[in-house]
Write a new protein. Structure first.
Length: 83
């Protein structure tokens, strides 16, 4: 059974972007929430800093959306190629 590369790409983008958004908003509410995770993500994504601002949350979410889409696209393409 082949995977829909487009559907997997969109789903991965929404899941990973949503994850970064939820952790970022949680960090806005409680300063100690998700600090280690956000520090790790700030070392991966240039321009993203684990600051307690809404701009930081949106930048992280955009990085997550793009990264998730590319990851889902590559995974779906490889899966279908090896199928």
């Amino acid at each position: 059974m082949r995977l829909s590369v487009k559907a997997l790409s969109v789903t991965s983008a929404l899941v990973w972007g949503g994850c970064l958004f939820c952790v970022g908003v949680g960090h806005l509410i409680v300063a100690s929430y998700g600090v280690a995770f956000l520090d790790a993500m700030s070392s991966v994504y240039p321009g993203f800093h684990a600051s307690r601002t809404m701009v930081g949350v949106l930048v992280g979410t955009l990085y997550g959306l793009v990264d998730g889409a590319i990851g889902g696209l590559v995974f779906g393409w490889l899966y279908n190629a090896f199928l």
